[in-house]
Design a protein around this ligand. Structure first.
Ligand SMILES: [Zn+2]
Length: 492
């Protein structure tokens, strides 16, 4: 005999999906959503009162670097214990992270090791993985055939960091061709690495060593050029392209142009570009300015306003965190010239509330907020409708957000292991009260519940190639799948 079903009734909240909102009760049983409507509590059922609150699908963060190593030996501040706790506390119940194979190591072996290492740390929430490729040769590209069977539906290439991470145009284009055949989404870090290297050399030769020169040596046009190149190559190859961490209006123009031209191109921006700007790098003491160093760099107020607009009008489809924290008193490396500072910021815990602040500022509707933080990333990840919505049969991943609450971001109260927060002291309306991950109440009245841990690896479905299909950019993304078609599920 199986045990009686673990049942919870979330009652009286305003249930929000990308398609609309309505007051409704939601019943969770054994990790899935089983009923939605006007429901009576059953005997012995846990009842959670959500009256006056929003009930949202759990957040899906398509871009995190948890327990990652850069420049050979420098590790991010969070392992999966703390990184996934921070995600859960911030209402994110799914992350898609990254696995990079060592040179000469088979991709499948690296992914297997990655899965084992993550599972051993007992994450709070569910997780999937992108495969990072560095200047892949034909041998490496042949390994991509195995990815769908491993539940990995995307590859990422860097067009920046020559000699470390960068792929040249041949490697990028060949990857796109293979990805198009296999239905893999191609992620690009779009900055022109060679041009940036020259600008950096010139700045250092002129004695410019302060952190603000990190920004000056990575101007928006170096981003726009790489975005333009990637969209054109993707179109020729027939690949579906996803531009990570888009930061500038000039780069956004290239995405809009390519999309209007029929390219299968999607853009993501990150929470830090919506809140931080270039002024934080300028003139501040080194220890202060180093807190804000990321790539692409934080941009102008005009760029920032353009990103908010694009999240509303559909030009940008996803809000991710690019959570990549380095300890200020440690791995961030504040000493020396700006090239030593590790690029990356924390944000997995603040992403959802920063996104929600866009509703109050009139940038977009609450439904659009759900779309950019949960539904569309779930679709692009090949996880929809299991993730990214509130529907019968979906995973019981829910966020109860109290609009009357208030949230103050601080390193003193956050759950990441990193020792600072670039959003320190910022306050936003609303507060995340409860979070359910697979029906487990991982956050209860604002408190994490360690006994409720239990995240699992997510085998993701590949997408159908859609190179000839354009997007309409003049209106928000419609909620129903029109870009992606789920193929048969990958085996895990
Ligand atoms: Zn990243």
């Amino acid at each position: 005999m199986s045990e009686p079903a673990r049942r919870t009734l979330v009652r009286g909240g305003t249930v929000v999906t990308a398609a609309g909102s309505a007051v409704a009760d939601v019943r969770l049983a054994d990790g899935t959503i089983v009923e939605i409507g006007r429901l009576e509590a059953g005997p012995g059922e846990e009842v959670v009162d959500a009256a006056g609150c929003y009930v949202l699908p759990g957040g899906v963060d398509f871009h995190t670097h948890i327990d990652a190593v850069f420049r050979g030996s420098i590790r991010t501040a969070d392992d999966w214990r703390t990184g996934s706790a921070a995600a859960a506390a911030g209402g994110t119940t799914t992350v898609v992270d990254f696995c990079r194979a060592e040179d000469g190591q088979p991709l499948a072996e690296a992914i297997g090791e990655w899965r084992d290492r993550v599972a051993a740390q007992d994450p709070w929430i569910d997780y999937g993985v992108h495969a990072i490729l560095v200047q892949p040769d034909e041998e490496r590209l042949a390994e991509l055939d195995a990815l769908p069977g491993l539940g990995v539906a995307s590859v990422k290439l860097y067009l920046a960091y020559p000699g470390r991470m960068m792929s040249d145009d041949r490697a990028l284009f060949r990857t796109m061709q293979r990805a198009a055949e296999l239905g893999l989404l191609v992620l690009v870090h779009a900055e022109n690495g060679h041009a940036i290297d020259v600008l950096v050399e010139e700045a250092l030769a002129a004695g410019h060593v302060e952190p603000e020169w990190h920004g000056h040596t990575r101007p928006p046009l170096t981003e726009a050029e790489a975005v333009s190149r990637a969209t054109v190559l993707a179109r020729i190859a027939g690949a579906e392209l996803y531009v990570v961490h888009l930061s500038s209006l000039r780069a956004l123009e290239e995405v809009r142009r390519a999309a209007a031209d029929g390219a299968g191109v999607h853009a993501e921006t990150c929470s830090h570009y919506l809140v931080l700007d270039e002024s934080m790098l300028a003139g501040a003491p080194r220890e202060e300015a180093a807190r804000y160093v990321c790539s692409p760099p934080t941009r102008s107020k005009d760029d920032q306003a353009g990103l908010w607009r694009a999240l509303g009008d559909g030009g940008i489809e996803v809000l991710a965190s690019d959570h990549c924290p380095f300890a200020l008193r440690g791995e961030k490396i504040v000493e020396g010239d700006f090239t030593h500072i590790m690029n990356g910021l924390p944000g997995v815990e603040q992403r959802l509330m920063i996104g929600y602040s866009g509703v109050a500022r009139g940038a977009y509707s609450i439904e659009r907020f759900v779309d950019i933080t949960s539904t569309t990333p779930a679709r692009l990840a090949g996880l929809y409708p299991r993730k990214g919505g509130i529907a019968i049969g979906s995973d019981a991943d829910l966020v109860i957000l109290d609009p009357a609450g208030r949230t103050r971001f601080s390193a003193e109260t956050h759950h990441s292991a990193v020792d600072y927060l670039p959003y320190e002291g910022i306050e936003v309306d609303g507060a995340i009260r409860d979070v359910f991950a697979g029906g487990r109440r991982v956050l209860r009245d604002g408190e994490l519940q360690p006994a409720a841990r239990g995240g699992r690896f997510l085998a993701r479905s590949t997408i159908a190639p859609t190179a000839s299909r354009g997007r309409r950019l003049s209106e928000p993304h419609p909620p129903e799948p029109h870009v992606l078609e789920q193929r048969r599920g990958a085996t895990s």
